[in-house]
Design a protein around this ligand. Sequence first.
Ligand code: RVK
Ligand code: MG
Ligand code: MG
Length: 305
Amino acid sequence: MISRADRIFGCLIGLVFADAVGSRFEGVDPVQLRSQFSDKLSAFEYASNRGGLQYTDDGQMALAIAEHLAENTTIVSEALMTRFVNVYEPWRGYGRGARVLIEAFRDKADYEFMAEHLFPGGSLGNGAAMRSAPIGLRFMGDTNRILEEAKSSAWPTHRHELGIEGAQLIAVAASLAASESSIDPVMLADSLLPLCSTVVFQNRLARLREVKSDVDIEQFGNGIEAHESVVTALSCFALYPQDYQKAVATAIWQGGDTDTIGAMTGALVGAHVGPSFSTEIPIERLEEGQEFIKYVRELADRLAG
Ligand code: RVK
Ligand code: MG
Ligand code: MG
């Protein structure tokens, strides 16, 4: 039996490690990536063992959500935004819109107007989905609650329906990852599709049902937009739900937004298998090593409590 605290730790450390490893290839053309390495696991291993491993905005914001949920019974969008501002380290690499909004909120500029209008209809970037997995573990099994909380977590920076729905899908997928004994493309698609209100995600999830091997993943994209990356990560998880290294290596092998597709995939596998995978990868190379791992462990315990 894997405890809830272990699943939360697996999810958080799985997310942060994949973010850090994936960030080494951020923006790379998959053709170039595939010509540089003999296979996906070689690319994953190379990036895992080179230089210091630091998480990016994906890890920073996901940890902020976990902290917020450890201290509050529900997500309050404005309080969460305050937390995003407090932990904000721009050098980690943020999406353009997220950066503008965090700084506007911090500087008491016209933040509300910008959140609505910086992009047409609000942001549909994958920045809300990359950080939402902990919500699924906190409210595991309560789908309506997860949908509502994921929306509140997206709201500070992402108001477009695709940006919000991306966050909802990853959060519900994390709940399924933690509660279902067996995951595959058909069950994941059948569970998530009825929850979607956008045709864009409905179409993609219908195609997720048919995914059988790595070549089938490429159709889902590798971009910074929620709809060009969320189903890609869901596919990587659904094909390799028990194998952290293979799942995250497959995510990174897509090129493009590798840190984020990796982070979403790593969070889901970690929620499914717990932290057992961490003995096979150099997690102690993350941030300040054991001290950071201890911090994430304690955060997971607080969130589970
Ligand atoms: C740097 C058209 C839109 C749009 C809309 C585009 C970090 C913009 C993480 C925007 C992730 C970009 C990523 C990202 C997370 C958004 N119409 N285009 N309605 N809405 N876009 O800025 O937090 O890496 O080009 O809100 O979602 O690792 O700049 O940021 O990869 O999507 O950034 O959306 O980004 P933002 P985010
Ligand atoms: Mg990032
Ligand atoms: Mg990214």
